[in-house]
Design a binder for this molecule. Structure first.
Ligand SMILES: Cc1ncc(COP(=O)(O)O)c(C=O)c1O
Length: 406
């Protein structure tokens, strides 16, 4: 059943308190539905205790809610095994976890990690730091003129020392959907594991980690209607029990003496300290919310909206659109330059008209450098956006041009 995306807006209280808001910064973070907001309060009201420690009913309830959320997230992203889901703070922490644990177990000085210029800084800087520490080399795959991964360049950058490829599923600037399954097949044939940064994919396009075949998949809750402070890392069985812990402390140990410690199995081995319990529970609720709408319905809505926006924006004089020009090839993330107006100025002018877009380098400086610009303006869609929002953006851009006599 096609969903009514006009009524969906009512699920999000922010649009009641900010009636005129045209929110087009969903790639940064999404708004939260009542179901998620209520889940946080409900958890605190009915099940708040620390998990896995208390030998009393309330603690057991909290543990159960936390583990049920893990199970929901596992189902949501395509693995039947909840143990393969590690709760993290966000995408960034999940990548740091893999960067540290994987390289400690599998890399020697001189080994190489394959990245792409399309990556968010979260999937570059952790690797740079670990590369410096361990004497590793980073290689970067270029993009084509149309904003896709250059597969020929990728093949040419693989060497006998390549130990891992870390690549984004969807570009947070261009919206490009990368061919992950194809990429995994290509890299696995050469014995190279793949980490996929799913921060911009989850909740927008179907994600099934087992079908993708990747070794690690990471994402943030706050970009899929859940609270901040919670994210997830999927680890393939192959690495689940063999990777060393990243952070250490309480809850991830079996026993501790003055001389050392032994560690729990996954997922506890990777979850040191008290986790954001209520946020994990709310992430499970967000996954339910998306599943109920149907991720294919969401995708279809975003394709329709993106196609409309690309068509309409392209007709405005002075616009340069970056990335794929066909909505089918991308998610609802549209970055652009507008005349000679700096994106920051443009965002401020749009804010005066209650339109929230993102401006700057979007934590993707290497990508902007390869596009030949230092910054861009970005509009990004979610399920509560409609053609009216696109119309408001386009009308505002035209008004700004007129006002500035460009
Ligand atoms: C593709 C991509 N990767 C990683 C991140 C980092 O996400 P977080 O700040 O939630 O860790 C983002 C955030 O915008 C992103 O778009």
């Amino acid at each position: 059943m096609p969903l009514n995306f006009h009524t969906i807006k009512k699920d999000f209280p922010i649009f009641t308190t900010h009636k005129k808001l045209v929110y087009l910064d969903n790639a940064a973070t999404t708004q939260k539905p009542s179901a998620v907001i209520n889940a946080l309060a409900h958890h605190y009201r009915t099940a708040n205790a620390n998990i896995k420690r208390g030998i009393y009913g309330l603690s057991e309830d909290a543990t159960e809610a936390y583990e049920e959320a893990r199970w929901k997230v596992a189902q949501f992203c395509g693995t039947p095994c909840a143990r393969q889901i590690i709760f993290t703070k966000n995408t960034t922490e999940a990548i740091n976890l893999v960067a540290h644990s994987f390289t400690r177990a599998h890399c020697k000085r001189g080994d190489e990690i394959l990245l792409t210029v399309m990556e968010h800084h979260s999937n570059i800087v952790p690797w740079q730091m670990i590369a410096k520490e361990r004497g590793l080399k980073l290689r970067f795959v270029n993009i084509t003129k149309t904003g896709e991964l250059d597969m020929r360049d990728l093949k040419s950058k693989i060497t006998s020392r390549t130990k891992l490829c870390a690549v984004t599923h969807v570009s947070n600037v261009l919206g490009t959907i990368n061919p992950i399954a194809e990429l995994v097949t290509l890299l696995h044939a050469r014995g190279i594991p793949v980490l996929v940064d799913g921060a911009q994919a989850i909740g927008h396009i179907p994600v099934h980690v087992e079908k993708l075949g990747c070794d690690f998949y990471v994402f943030s809750g706050h970009k899929m209607f859940a609270p901040t402070g919670i994210g997830a890392l999927y680890i393939h069985q192959k690495y689940l029990e063999t990777l060393p812990p990243f952070q250490s402390g309480g809850d991830m140990v079996l026993s501790v003496t003055e001389r050392g410690a032994t560690f729990q199995d996954a997922p506890e081995r990777f979850e040191a300290g008290t986790p954001p319990i209520e946020a994990a529970v709310a992430l499970g609720v967000a996954a339910d919310y998306i599943s109920k709408l149907g991720v294919m319905n969401i995708r279809q809505h975003e394709i329709t909206l993106t196609a409309y926006a690309l068509r309409k924006l392209a007709r405005i004089p002075g616009i340069t659109l970056f990335g794929p020009k066909k909505a089918q090839q991308k998610t609802g993330v549209i970055s652009f330059a507008f005349n000679t107006i700096h994106p920051h100025d443009l965002a401020s002018l749009l804010d005066e008209k209650n339109i929230a877009i993102r401006a700057g380098h979007h934590c993707a400086m290497p990508l902007h450098r390869s596009l030949g610009v230092t910054a861009s303006a970005r509009a990004s869609f979610s399920i509560y956006n409609t053609k009216k929002d696109v119309d408001a953006l386009c009308a505002a851009l035209v008004t700004i041009t007129d006002a500035l006599h460009i």
